[in-house]
Design a protein around this ligand. Structure first.
Ligand SMILES: CN(C)C(=N)NCCC[C@H](N)C(=O)O
Length: 288
């Protein structure tokens, strides 16, 4: 099994994560707290109350974990394509795989990455939702002191299954959308690259950016439900399960609830995924 794809996926995931984390924090807060009037209000309040550090809450942990998860995604995707088409990453420009095989490989990568991502994503969301400013004398202390304390508290208070809260919504979010992610990326690269050649850096940036936008737009409805399920359990249980969360969110907030955070997901998706694909392709060409 070729391992370069896993390593390239790891590094490219970390690059993308740093670029996108401030967008992600604002999005998570808008999806799970009803105290903000919109993106600008959330940005202003976060900055005033918590300084610029507020936007980077919960980032240290994902930088290791999301990179790991990205390595699972890209590694499983590439190795599934190898199993389906008997072509390695280098051979795929000369013998392009069908879009059906790309979609199946992307869904497989998405499914496995969702399982690995579930506990890390839950901890990230819980930490991002802590609005207490850091290190200010006299201010109330946040419930979780950091990722390890957060994981230990969830294990103690909610049991091991607490760490996987929202994982069904995460699987439903990531499996089809990651199939679409790789199909969009490949489709755009093929469109703008002469046959048999490698895509230019500009093509990789644009194709990666649009693949990110397309996948995140379609992922947003389950992203909202996932974030709400992950926050449930913190102060008792509000939802009887994923379907109950969908029904009660819809009843209380209307259809618009499923699109909360879509603008931010899309704005974040372009730079994150442009950088992710560019570093991924660059590393694989470097090691060839
Ligand atoms: C729609 N979904 C779930 C995705 N496209 N996932 C792939 C993640 C790529 C990058 N680390 C990111 O966070 O955008």
């Amino acid at each position: 099994m070729p391992v370069e794809e896993f390593v390239a996926g790891w590094i490219s995931g970390a690059v993308g994560l740093v670029l996108g984390h401030p967008f992600d924090t604002v999005k998570v807060r808008l999806q799970t707290q009803n105290t903000y009037q919109g993106i600008v209000d959330c940005v202003v309040k976060t900055y005033r109350h918590e300084s610029v550090l507020g936007f980077f809450k919960g980032m240290s942990f994902p930088i290791a974990s999301v990179a790991l998860v990205n390595s699972v995604l890209f590694g499983v995707y590439s190795n599934t394509l190898l199993a389906l088409t008997a072509t390695s990453h280098q051979e795929r420009r000369a013998q392009p795989p069908s879009y059906t095989n790309i979609f199946i490989a992307g869904c497989t990568g998405g499914l496995l990455q969702a399982y690995c991502l579930a506990p890390f994503d839950l901890i990230k969301v819980r930490l991002q939702n802590q609005t207490e400013p850091r290190m200010q004398i006299g201010s109330s202390t946040p419930r979780y002191r950091g990722p390890v304390h957060c994981a230990a508290s969830i294990l103690k208070e909610e049991g091991p299954q607490g760490l996987f809260r929202g994982s069904w919504a995460l699987v439903l979010r990531d499996t089809p959308t990651l199939g679409m992610y790789f199909v969009t990326y490949e489709g755009l690269c093929r469109q703008y690259t002469p046959e048999g050649q490698n895509p230019s850096s500009a093509t990789v940036l644009v194709a990666g950016g649009f693949a990110g936008i397309a996948s995140w737009i379609t992922a947003t409805p389950f992203d909202v439900i996932k974030s709400r399920m992950q926050m449930d359990g913190l102060k008792g249980r509000k939802y009887g399960g994923m379907l109950d969360c969908m029904a009660s969110s819809f009843r209380q907030e209307g259809i618009g609830v499923f699109f909360k955070g879509m603008t931010l997901n899309s704005a974040r998706a372009f730079p994150v995924n442009a950088a992710t694909f560019l570093s991924y392709e660059y590393l694989l060409r470097l090691w060839r």
